[in-house]
Design a protein around this ligand. Sequence first.
Ligand code: 4NP
Length: 157
Amino acid sequence: MKTIKVLTVCLGNICRSPAAQGILAFTASQYKGLKLEVDSAGTAVFHVGNSPDPRSIRALAEQGIDISMQQARQVKEEDFQQFDWIVAMDAANLANLKAIQPAQSQAKLVMFGAYQTGVSLGEVADPYYGQEDGFIRMREHLTVISEHFIDHLMSHD
Ligand code: 4NP
């Protein structure tokens, strides 16, 4: 079985993309016939080396998903060669990734929510400056998006 490598990307790599990594890997593990390897990164440098935001860790722990061991890193050029998919959490992340995408990039670079039917942009709202409830909404949104993304992989990849 082919392993599909996916990199989830947000701005700081402490709120949304670590949660997306955990939820996508967990969701994929429930599907037979699909092997995903998932990592995450941020477009910005300011949280490099940090653990995920405690609010993201708590929101996912409620669902039995442990992301506490993750460490933030910045997107690097090799990512565009090493991953089959690079999925951005919002339009700004996508624009920043397109700006640094090397010409010979192999990765499919898209908005993570692009495969969620009925949602125009599929952007995952940044919960960083909000309260705990925003992290629960983020978790629920990422869960739906992960299922739609996996459906797409199962039917197209
Ligand atoms: P993330 O959220 O991109 O989902 O990790 C943010 C984390 C930190 C900051 C902004 C967004 N910040 O400005 O420090």
